[in-house]
Design a protein around this ligand. Structure first.
Ligand code: MTE
Length: 331
């Protein structure tokens, strides 16, 4: 609130209103904690409480709770995107190219029965029924930023486990250098499979060390529930330091190879979508800048665009994977 003072006749805020009392008290407690040396622990537990308080179950689908993740960088403290935004503004070209299409059309996706075939250069090729895949490791909640190549981003609480857990299980051979991710392409249940926008199925790929990185998530759920169809049910990939299109939805096949996989977007426009696709504010897309992003849910005339961070803010965790590489060439 603004008040008028006697002295100069100008309007000033009342100081007690600049810092609301509760915040002030919290700060004073924090200062005391710091003095006692307990601030680190105090902050950590405050932070995890914050993160988990943000992610109350929306109550729309079957519950899929996740344990707190210990993986470094797995929980960002940024405000989580609302469930409605995260499930109504999607890219899933099998169901249409408009952002609203997947939410409208993906009810036809048949997610049960479902299996994922793991094959190629591995000692133990295995066909995993979804139920077995779900039980392969502890489900964790990870709050990741997802930055789309088109210049928008979201913060989503995913539920899943590191893809590395599955990879260890099938024992890759020494000559396995890449992993190819092949997604469902069923024209009967996916109305846009067959359209000429992409060469179906939608395929993605990672280098072996990227696939083994603990942040690479095999996700079965979000917001404490199983994945909605439009977000890639029943199982998808989430690679938080890469542009969103690397995170293939509705996976049916994971293949270990000795060659860089031909990915769907690279086949469609090689000069625009490279194999690596690491989030990089210094390398523009040929048709637009990648330096800033719009956070979904923060729209409005005056909402400021955010500066995009190198590797989407995961540089400390993944930068080493690209040491010595020219990221302008390997975009
Ligand atoms: N996976 C499949 N099978 N088909 C797609 O069209 N789109 C990608 C990726 N995975 C896509 C896909 C793109 S461009 C993005 S940005 C993310 O999914 C979007 O994920 P979200 O809708 O859950 O936010």
């Amino acid at each position: 609130m603004l008040i008028k003072t006697h002295r100069d006749g100008f309007m000033h805020p009342v100081s007690s209103e600049i810092t609301p009392q509760a915040v002030y008290r919290d700060r004073r407690d924090l200062l005391k904690l710091m003095a006692s040396g307990a601030a680190g622990a105090g902050l950590a537990s405050w932070a995890s409480r914050q993160a988990f308080a943000q992610t109350a179950r929306p109550g729309k689908l079957a519950p899929l709770p996740g344990a707190k993740s210990n993986v470094a960088g797995a929980v960002t403290m940024e405000k989580v995107t609302g469930y409605k935004d995260a499930t109504s503004y999607n890219n899933f070209y099998e169901f249409g190219t408009d952002k609203a299409d997947p939410a409208q059309n993906a009810h036809t996706l048949k997610t049960s029965p479902w299996a994922v075939e793991v094959e190629g250069l591995v000692k133990r090729p295995t066909r995993f029924a979804l139920e077995d895949l779900l039980k392969l490791s502890t489900q964790e909640e990870r709050i990741y930023r997802l930055r789309c190549v088109e210049g928008w981003s979201m913060v989503i609480p995913w539920v899943g486990y590191s893809l590395g857990k599955l990879i260890e299980r099938v024992e890759p051979l020494g000559n396995a250098k890449f992993v190819e991710f092949i997604t469902q392409a069923d024209p009967k249940t996916m109305p846009f499979v067959g359209s000429r926008v992409l060469d179906w199925p939608y395929v993605e790929g990672l280098r072996m060390d990227e696939a083994m990185h603990p942040l690479t998530l095999l996700a079965f759920g979000m917001y404490g529930e199983v994945l909605p169809n439009q977000n890639g049910a029943p199982v998808r990939l989430v690679v938080p330091w890469k542009y969103g299109f690397k995170s293939g939805k509705s996976l049916v096949r994971i293949r270990f190879t000795d060659r860089e996989p031909k990915t769907a977007w690279n086949k469609a426009a090689a000069n625009e979508y490279g194999f690596y696709s690491n989030v990089n504010p210094n390398v523009d897309h040929p048709r637009w800048s990648q330096a800033t992003e719009r956070r979904i849910g923060e729209d409005g005339l005056f909402a400021k665009r955010r500066k995009t961070l190198m590797f989407n803010g995961y540089e400390a965790q993944v930068g080493q994977l690209y040491a010595g590489m020219d990221l302008k060439k390997n975009f």
